[in-house]
Write a protein that binds this ligand. Structure first.
Ligand code: SF4
Length: 404
């Protein structure tokens, strides 16, 4: 059995106005946090006893706020207690303003002065005592427009983001992903085109692009409710998404998930395993785990309790209906689609019949497509059911039609 490991690092220098992820600006807790994290990683090593680890993902928050020594401590604890594949994908999420060679544009502070550059680049190059190393970096760039970056309280500017991509490439990191957001308040199509121009000119291997969403409790949502910013229209958002898909295709990127694009061979293995329903372990407050069968674990998002221990968490046992719905949602998000043999194997022939019955109107209208295992196969031997690219913008409606 294979598994993925997610490590949550809940620290941010400041809060972006649209973000509702669990994180805190109490960076001074980092060392004691890493102690607690390593305790959890060690204590849960028997949960998936025969699994070998294919992917490790440090997400947040802002994992790149941890010092190289603390990152190394976490990575070494994982390698010590888990059976990690020699070619595991090991990702570090990073904000451009954390790169040691840059000067923070917001406060004018020299970040390099507080960090040991050679240590971080060593962690990217050689890893931890000959064991694991980060071989993939995911950069939270979001936009290459300085005014929009300032508006949403990002700490970097476009020039810094570009400089960091170049620096990572110079260091030999050949698996770089960047995140962009479209539909920012007041964002024009010309600004989005500029973002896409810049993104595809950088020679990165992976792009994740998300429509801005207004989450409850965020500063951005308050601004909108007070009339201080205006949402882009659905029409504008659809146009931006369509342009994104077209530009990615022209640049040779595969559109392998609704919001994810990659050069061939560079799909995110970690995120793909979520969409395939594989088991994973999540460490840190707010992190989720899944046993690959029907039990989900959610660590509670409370830093103080986490530091004190024992780790507070909730367990949820999913019903067949919930598992089926999840298989539909995850499958339709990907370009591969829903594996029909998997639906039959896990939920029985009647559920497969139900699925095909509900899919029929969408198949007739060309919104869903049946793929066959061999080019000559008939529709009765179809192996996957997937969304037509033209139907991605109404994927929520189609998913809900197919769900139990
Ligand atoms: S978007 Fe990232 S950096 Fe900004 S507050 Fe959220 S987790 Fe922190």
């Amino acid at each position: 059995m294979t598994t993925g490991i997610y490590v949550h690092v809940p620290f941010c220098r400041s809060r972006c106005v649209y973000c509702d992820f669990f994180s805190t600006i109490r960076e001074e807790m980092a060392a004691s946090y890493v102690e607690a994290l390593c305790r959890e990683i060690t204590a849960r090593r028997h949960e998936l006893p025969h699994a070998h680890v294919r992917t490790i993902y440090f997400g947040g928050g802002t994992p790149s706020l941890l010092s190289p020594a603390l990152l190394r401590q976490v990575l070494e604890t994982i390698y010590e207690h888990y059976d990690v594949d020699a070619d595991a994908e090991v990702t570090l999420e990073m904000n451009p303003d954390d790169w040691p060679f840059t000067v923070s544009p917001c406060k004018g502070e020299d970040v390099s002065a507080a960090r040991d550059d050679s240590d971080l680049t060593a962690l990217l190059h050689q890893g931890t005592a000959g064991k694991g190393r980060f071989n993939r970096v995911s950069l939270g760039i979001q936009s290459f427009d300085d005014a929009l970056l300032r508006l949403v309280h990002r700490r970097h500017d476009a020039a810094t983001a570009i400089q960091v991509v170049r620096a990572l490439q110079h260091e030999g990191i050949d698996n770089i992903s960047i995140d962009l957001i479209y539909g920012l308040p007041g964002q024009t199509m010309a600004q989005w085109e500029h973002d896409l121009d810049t993104a595809f000119s950088l020679g990165v291997q992976h792009l994740s692009a998300y429509a801005l969403s207004y989450e409850s409790g965020t500063l951005l949502t308050r601004w909108r409710d007070e009339g201080l910013v205006r949402e882009v229209t659905d029409e504008q958002s659809v146009k931006m998404y369509e342009r994104l898909c077209q530009r990615a295709r022209e640049a040779g990127f595969e559109h392998y998930e609704i919001s994810n694009f990659a050069r061939p061979g560079f799909h995110s293995r970690h995120n793909s395993s979520y969409w395939q329903g594989l088991p994973y372990l999540g460490f840190g407050p707010g992190a989720h785990s899944y046993d690959g069968l029907r039990t989900r674990r959610a660590n509670r998002p409370t830093l103080d309790e986490y530091l004190r221990g024992p780790i507070p968490y909730d367990l949820e046992v999913l019903t067949d209906d919930e598992l089926y719905d999840e298989a539909i949602m995850c499958g339709l998000r990907t370009s591969r689609g829903i594996a029909l043999h998997d639906i039959e194997h896990r939920f029985g022939p009647e559920r497969l019949l139900f699925l095909m019955h509900m899919a029929e109107p969408h198949l007739s209208a060309g919104r869903l497509i049946l793929d066959c295992t061999s080019p000559s196969a008939s529709s009765s031997s179809a192996s996957h059911l997937r969304l037509a690219e033209s139907a991605i913008m109404i994927s929520d409606d189609i998913m809900s039609d197919l769900m139990s």
